[in-house]
Write a protein that binds this ligand. Structure first.
Ligand code: GRF
Length: 211
């Protein structure tokens, strides 16, 4: 059985949908940089191995990433999923797991990389917002896009209401992307991801091109 390692920093709702998705893989570990992350409790309740690597205990990003990489590697993962992991990873980490790290980001990339995406989307008046699952490359919130889902921005929206609407879509597209990866259906070609086989994915605007 293939192994997945999930990295989190907080609530863990995206991690939870992966645990509940009956994926054809074992979640070997959930690792958090935040000791207080609520997601750790959820993982433990699912009898998943957890680890905490508190970034505050390290002198710099490189030192933190070295220990994180060693810990992740111990589980020999086929795939590493960043599910609300709020640390920027160094190129050394990303190179070690190149092509095997995916991230869920709460915007329609390349719009709104970084944090605070829902407030920024409302502030600049976009009518369409959403979320993206992508392969991770050294540039922040960049990398070949696997799948996106779009939602409207409504006149009365606050960052919280918009965030809730986007989160619902995150919970749909993240398990889908992981499943495609585990089925070996994703191929990176230049800056794009090609999806092989049946590409129908109803009720969502999706980005993958069929191979
Ligand atoms: C999600 O919106 C994710 O896209 C972003 O942080 C949030 C984490 O939520 N990076 P959760 O921890 O998965 O509930």
């Amino acid at each position: 059985m293939r192994r997945i390692v999930i990295l989190i920093s907080g609530r863990g709702s995206n991690m939870q949908v992966l645990l509940d998705a009956e994926l054809p893989a074992e979640v070997a570990a959930v690792i958090s940089n935040e000791p207080a992350a609520a997601g750790l409790e959820i993982a433990r309740a699912h009898a998943i191995t957890t680890a905490v690597i508190d970034h505050r205990q390290f002198p710099d990003r490189a030192a933190f990433d070295r220990v994180l990489a060693e810990t992740v590697a111990r589980y020999d993962p086929h795939l590493v999923v960043l599910a609300g992991f709020m640390r920027v990873l160094t190129a050394a980490f990303l190179t070690r797991f190149a092509g095997r790290i995916i991230n869920i980001h709460p915007s329609l990339l390349p719009a709104f990389p970084g944090t605070d995406t829902h407030r920024r989307a409302i502030a600049c008046g976009v009518r369409i917002h959403g979320c993206t699952v992508h392969f991770v490359t050294p540039e922040l919130d960049s990398g070949p896009i696997i799948i996106q889902a779009a939602v409207p921005v409504l006149p009365a929206d606050t960052p919280d209401t918009l965030s809730a609407r986007v989160l619902e879509q995150e919970h749909r597209i993240l398990p889908q992307a992981v499943r495609w990866f585990l089925e070996d259906r994703l191929r990176i070609q230049g800056e794009r991801v090609l999806l092989s086989g049946d590409s129908r994915y109803p009720d969502s605007i999706t980005s993958p091109l069929t191979a």
